[in-house]
Design a protein around this ligand. Structure first.
Ligand SMILES: [Zn+2]
Length: 99
């Protein structure tokens, strides 16, 4: 006798619509920074990818600075309930690959 169990995980994945909204907001952030005069050549050290990244579009989460790309990743993962906060995001970030 075997019994098939259907495990239904609560999937709270982000919808395509939500993803679009995140990308849009991140793009606007970068535009805003440039409009406010943040030099496109200025950089921040991203807490997630640990690289020099353009300051325009970077996001400050309670003192943790993420580049635009990582902030986008973070918002997407948070929306999908994969991470709860920035600390969780940084904790799960893969080590930067050399090169
Ligand atoms: Zn980054």
């Amino acid at each position: 006798m075997s019994r098939t169990e259907t495990v239904s995980l609560p999937r709270r994945g982000a919808s395509a619509e939500q993803l679009r909204a995140v990308y849009e907001v991140m793009r606007i952030l970068a535009d805003d920074d440039r409009d406010r005069g943040t030099p496109p050549t200025s950089t921040i050290v991203c807490a997630a990818c640990r690289r020099d990244r353009p300051a325009p579009g970077a996001v400050d989460y309670d003192g943790v600075r993420l580049c635009n790309g990582c902030a986008t990743d973070y918002e997407v993962l948070r929306m999908a309930a994969v991470v709860d906060d920035v600390a969780g995001f940084l904790g799960r970030a893969p080590a930067p690959t050399a090169g």
